[in-house]
Structures are given as structure tokens and as C-alpha cells.
Design a protein around this ligand. Structure first.
Ligand SMILES: Nc1nc2c(c(=O)[nH]1)N[C@H]1C(S)=C(S)[C@@H](COP(=O)(O)O)O[C@H]1N2
Ligand SMILES: [Mo]
Length: 394
């Protein structure tokens, strides 16, 4: 451990109030349309901006003001990673402006021997790793519960663009927990944010200790930008991105199960086949998307269609496509295929004029395959079903 790690005094409290964080954009809901909650540019060719005409005070969907979906055509011609300038944003309050020099992360609770307080410098001096992983919102694909299956769901109607792959650099959470003297009796790890949403969601200690669970300060080789969690966010590989809390401020380690609205009220699988059960959303499934606009328009004749498939469980083993409900054929997978990230693929299509639908379904190396339809759940999470991409050929 470096000598600069600060250990809190005997009352276990180093008090640092929210005054060290300036919330730049107002979070007052009526003002959302004027004062953007997201700071980075959202060029319309790269993003679906849910703020457009959709934010009404009192509307249960008003937090769409903090959401921007990536347009899949923005990935056409890109390498493996999603550029930060195209990466989707999903926040529950405005992006806060946090001064790294003032920032600290406290690690405390009955599950650790000591209270640890780390500054940005302290964390960046610890041994770090870089991992390439997808982040995908639990609600990605939600629109299809309604559009394809006629089910009613609340929340942002994402199609497939609430996903991205980045190279995340940071310190494994495990290292930090060990430096705080993690006890054998530790049970859950609550990750708490500093933004106005004060997001907090518990992780089982086993997941917190995995190599793929990071306290990340870097994204694609640069410091995180504010919208993606500067100065430090969690990256929890394989799980829906709600676990990857941005703008971290405190980590509370318990010896008993923990709950917060983020694993009991929102971000739970409930309704439909689950009845009244409310199970916290965890692992992501398997999905695919074409690198085309929705709906797409292409020219007749030979086209190479590109896309990507991803799984929360393993690497993509097979990708098949079908045009207008015809025979399933195999697409060609190429390039890197990192577990927990995605695989790129392509196929050739001799397109005839008219309206078409292209379906793609992927299978991972554990045999998880995208189903034709998804059992409905009340909050519209984890839609993995095969989707027909509308393509008009001129
Ligand atoms: N502090 C905080 N962390 C958060 C959220 C949030 O609203 N506040 N949203 C979560 C959800 S639901 C998702 S999908 C991801 C989105 O990460 P991104 O905006 O970097 O793409 O962040 C997660 N972490
Ligand atoms: Mo999300």
C-alpha cells in the first residue's frame, strides 16, 4: 500500500459533504429541456436523443432527459471499441462536475477492518489493469416488448443502442477491499454515487472480488469523461450496467444482505412469469445488432451487412441471419472476440428492391442462444429476443 492512503480516525468519519461537488446542470425537472443533463455533444447522426419532444414535467419518463441512445450506424466502419463520442449515456440525474483533487472514495462498514479513504492520486498510483468489456443497460431492447410483442412496459424505449464496448482502466475492486482488510464474514458491497440521484446498489462480495470488477478511471485510453463517471466509476463485467455505478463516492461493506431501491424497486425482474417475485437484474443475455440505421435504406444489389453480437456469459460462438423469414445462414465472425465484450460479423446480401426484414441470432460458447421472443416482464428488462431489422432496398 502506498503511504498516501488515508485511514479515517476512530469515529470512522471524514466528513465531506456534497459542497465539494458542483452540479452543473440543474436537475429541476421543468428545466430539463433547456439545461441538458448530459455534457458531451450528442450529434443527431450518432445519438437518439430522448429529450426531443418527450420530456414533460410529471411524466414518469421524464428522466429520459439524461439518456442518449447510440445509433447503430455510428459503429459502421469503427474498430472493436465504441468511441467515447458515440457511447450511450444512461443517468438518473444530471452529470455532476466533480473536482478530482477534492474527490475521495471511502471504503467502510462492518465487513472491513479499517475505514479507507483514497484520493484520485492514491487510486491512480495503485497497480491498475485494462479490460475490454461491454456495458449494456438492462433496458436495452425494451422497445421491442411493445413493438414486436404488444406488451406494455414503462421506461425509456431503447431499441438496441444502449450498449457499447470500451477498454476500461482501473484498479480491481478486490485490491481496494483487501487494503481495507476485507473480513471473511463480509457479505455485500454497496457502491454509492455522488450525483444528485445518489445511486447505490449492492453487489455480492463474490462478484465484487472477481477480476472483471473494476474501479475504473480510464476509458479507451483517456481519463473518463464526466458523463461516463469521472473521476471513478465501477465496471462490473457481465452484469447489466446498472451495477456499474458512476461517480463513486463511498463503498459500504456489510456482513448482512443489503438493499436499496436500486435492487428492490427498480432494476428487478418482476411480473409475467415471475409473478410478484422481484429478482434483482444481474447477468446480461445474448443480443445482436446490425450496423444500420433503424429503419435502414440501402441500394439494390450486392451489399456487405455488418453487425455485432454480445453475451454477458462468454464469447460469441455462432451468428446466423435470415432475410424475410428465409433459411438461417451463418455470418462470418471476424476480429477480436473478447468474453464479456462483443464479436463483429458480416454477411453478403444480394438485395432486391422492396421492403425487407433481416433477423440475426447469436449463440455464445456456453450454448446460450437468442430466443425468438422474450417472456414479458413488467419493467421491460433484458430483452434478448431476435429482432427483425427493417430495410428498404431502392
Ligand atoms: N451514479 C450513477 N451510476 C449509474 C447510473 C446513474 O444514473 N447514476 N446509471 C446506471 C445505468 S442504469 C447504466 S445503463 C449505466 C450507463 O453507463 P454510461 O452512461 O456510462 O453508458 O450506468 C449506471 N451507473
Ligand atoms: Mo441501465
Amino acid at each position: 500500500m502506498t503511504g498516501t492512503v488515508r485511514i479515517a480516525g476512530s469515529d470512522g468519519m471524514i466528513r465531506r459533504g456534497p459542497e465539494s461537488i458542483r452540479i452543473l446542470a440543474s436537475t429541476r425537472k421543468a428545466e430539463l429541456k433547456e439545461e441538458h443533463g448530459i455534457r458531451k455533444p450528442l450529434p443527431p447522426e450518432r445519438y437518439v436523443d430522448f429529450r426531443d419532444g418527450e420530456v414533460k414535467p410529471g411524466d414518469p419518463t421524464e428522466d429520459r432527459a439524461f439518456n442518449a441512445e447510440m445509433r447503430w450506424e455510428a459503429m459502421a466502419g469503427e474498430d472493436y471499441l465504441t468511441p467515447v463520442g458515440s457511447f450511450f449515456v444512461r443517468s438518473h440525474a444530471a452529470t455532476p462536475s466533480i473536482d478530482a483533487a477534492e474527490w475521495t472514495l471511502r471504503v467502510e462498514g462492518p465487513g472491513v477492518e479499517w475505514t479507507l479513504e483514497l484520493g484520485y492520486e492514491d487510486l491512480s498510483r495503485m497497480p491498475s489493469v485494462s479490460i475490454t468489456r461491454a456495458l449494456e443497460c438492462a433496458g436495452n431492447g425494451r422497445a421491442f416488448f411493445e413493438e414486436l410483442q404488444g406488451g406494455k412496459v414503462e421506461g425509456t424505449p431503447w431499441r438496441l443502442g444502449a450498449v457499447g464496448v470500451a477498454e476500461w482502466t482501473g484498479v480491481p475492486l478486490k485490491e481496494v477491499l483487501e487494503r481495507a482488510g476485507l473480513k471473511d464474514t463480509a457479505s455485500e458491497v454497496m457502491l454509492e454515487s455522488l450525483d444528485a440521484a445518489r445511486m447505490r446498489r449492492p453487489l455480492p462480495v463474490e462478484k465484487a472480488m472477481e477480476d472483471g470488477t473494476l474501479l475504473a478511471f480510464g476509458m479507451n485510453g483517456e481519463a473518463l469523461v464526466p458523463d461516463h463517471g469521472f473521476p471513478v466509476r465501477a465496471v462490473v463485467s457481465g452484469w447489466a450496467a446498472v451495477a456499474s455505478v458512476k461517480w463513486l463516492g463511498r463503498i459500504y461493506v456489510s456482513e448482512t444482505p443489503l438493499s436499496s431501491p436500486w435492487n428492490t424497486d427498480k432494476y428487478v425482474m418482476t411480473g409475467g412469469e415471475l409473478g410478484a417475485r422481484r429478482e434483482p437484474v444481474k447477468e446480461r443475455g445474448v443480443k445482436s445488432a446490425l450496423e444500420l440505421r433503424w429503419p435502414a435504406r440501402i441500394s439494390r444489389g450486392k451489399n456487405t451487412i455488418h453487425g455485432r453480437s454480445w453475451s454477458g456469459h462468454g464469447v460469441i460462438a455462432r451468428v446466423e441471419y435470415s432475410v424475410d423469414g428465409g433459411t438461417w445462414r451463418e455470418a462470418r465472425i471476424f476480429g477480436p472476440n473478447v468474453s464479456g465484450a462483443w464479436a463483429q460479423w458480416s454477411f453478403e446480401w444480394d438485395a432486391t428492391p422492396g421492403e425487407h426484414e433481416v433477423r440475426v441470432k447469436a449463440t455464445d460458447d456456453l450454448g446460450n442462444m437468442q430466443p425468438d421472443t422474450m417472456p414479458w416482464n413488467e419493467l421491460g428488462y433484458l430483452y434478448d429476443g431476435v429482432v427483425g431489422h427493417p430495410i428498404s432496398v431502392g
